[in-house]
Design a protein around this ligand. Structure first.
Ligand code: FCB
Length: 440
């Protein structure tokens, strides 16, 4: 790795990220059923219908995994808490084993000198709440507030930082308009409602945590840079529309208490009644802004219903996901987010990384592609810092190979290779390169 820890400002934090359903093993410890279990059990949704019942068995192996985090020299660990593990029915009776588990996990991090950075919701909605309409039902804000109170009432005293929801775009648009993630809806009304309610739930949880006396609270937004396919006005408009509903809707709601005008023609009629009255909750002040960044996409106009555009294949080299490698997008997003949305608040890159078809050979996992990806994205971070952007930390997705949602176990994002038959962990060359970087 060409970078050294000492190339970054004093106190800059390095971390690795994971999420509950992707690694824990939801079959263990009394967790309730989630919409990912049933989505995966329905033909055609997930590669080989794979699910998270065992995943990396992190539920039983977290000590070993945290030893790896510590040995690499990470400052922070970003993990998520499963709603259905704590409240199997989403509301009502608490699964004591679930609370105890997150308590043990927190202490195991602290014992190793690693700062726990929690995300309350990383996508595994309890099925019982899905039955009630899930994110399309406005009541979810209150249900989520209650879950927040219960889980943070137990571990909130030891959290370094907390964000309520991972990637509001994925929770709402990807899952209710594109239909690629649970619950797999393709319906503009459901999507618009989910987009608004996910932000209402975010703001409600922030309010609950303030009430518990917690600080260092933020939001985690996934951003995808959007470029026009050519110089025509129609393609520029298409790219702006994509940018609007992917990126600006969520940042705008939280930091400007407004949604982008460009979306109103398409989404406005489907937003819930009196949505304009919710911005004082949605826009509750935050302490930091988290950006998840992987790639960009390219768009041109198309006939047909809103959003009137289609993606075209871009020319850049791609990862195992088929995502273009575009580090400049990270630089541009950091600068734009600080300038237009989050101002002086610290920005954390809460996810960045790549999937690669990694294989073990002779006990090693050579992944020079991932090392190069991390290097060029850290170049982008350093450039932004040099130009005055308040970037305060960088988290790699992910510590372990894990359940990559609709793509199952095939797409490997880990710094540590996981053999999904034996569950054996093998640090990849990228893990060793990051470890070396963090020691310097
Ligand atoms: C992000 C998700 C994470 C993982 C990576 C590859 O959108 O937060 O769970 O799937 O993408």
């Amino acid at each position: 790795m060409k970078h050294k820890r000492s190339d970054f400002p004093e106190g800059f934090q390095f971390g690795a990220a994971t999420s509950a359903y992707q690694i824990e093993g939801h079959g263990f410890g009394g967790a309730g059923e989630t919409h990912w279990d049933t989505f995966a059990a329905t033909p055609g949704n997930v590669v080989r219908a794979e699910h998270g019942q065992r995943a990396c068995d992190h539920y039983h192996r977290y000590e070993e995994d945290f030893d790896l985090l510590q040995a690499a020299g990470f400052d922070c660990y970003r993990f998520s808490t499963s709603w259905a593990r704590v409240l199997p029915e989403g509301r009502g009776t608490v699964n004591q084993q679930g609370l105890d588990y997150y308590d043990r996990l927190t202490d195991a991090l602290l014992e190793r000198g690693i700062k726990p950075c929690a995300t309350l919701y990383h996508w595994e909605l309890p099925s019982a709440l899905s039955d009630l309409g899930g994110w399309t039902n406005r009541d979810i804000a209150g249900w989520f507030g209650d879950f927040t109170e219960i889980i943070m009432g137990r571990i909130g005293d030891r959290m370094h930082s907390v964000a309520p929801i991972n990637e509001p775009w994925c929770v709402s648009f990807l899952s209710h308009f594109v239909g690629a993630h649970a619950p797999g809806l393709r319906d503009i009304r459901a999507a618009a409602r989910a987009m608004h309610h996910v932000l209402l739930a975010h703001g409600t949880a922030i309010g609950v945590m303030r009430g518990l006396g917690m600080d260092n609270l933020g939001g985690v937004f996934n951003l995808e840079w959007s470029d026009p396919a050519d110089d025509s006005e129609a393609s520029h408009h298409a790219a702006e529309m994509y940018d609007g509903y992917y990126n600006r809707f969520f940042l705008g709601g939280v930091f400007k208490k407004a949604y982008p005008e460009i979306l109103m023609e398409g989404l406005g009629p489907h937003l819930p009644q009196n949505w304009q009255d919710d911005f004082d909750i949605i826009g509750a002040p935050l302490d930091w802004c988290g950006l998840n960044y992987y790639t960009r996409s390219v768009h041109r106009a198309s006939q047909g219903p809103w959003p009137h555009h289609q993606a075209v294949e871009g020319p850049l080299p791609k990862t195992q996901m088929g995502w273009e490698i575009y580090p400049e997008g990270l630089y541009k997003f950091i600068m734009r987010t600080a300038r237009e949305y989050s101002g002086d608040l610290p920005i954390f890159i809460t996810e960045n990384g790549m999937a690669n078809a990694d294989v073990i050979s002779g006990g090693r996992v050579p992944d020079p592609e991932r090392i190069a990806y991390i290097e060029t994205h850290l170049d982008a971070v350093r450039q932004a810092i040099a130009e005055g952007a308040p970037v305060a930390g960088y988290f790699l997705w992910s510590l372990l190979d894990n359940y990559e949602w609709a793509l199952g176990y095939e797409k490997r994002f880990g710094l540590v290779h996981v053999d999904f038959d034996t569950l054996q962990r093998t640090p990849k060359d990228s893990y060793l390169a990051v470890k070396d970087m963090l020691a310097k």
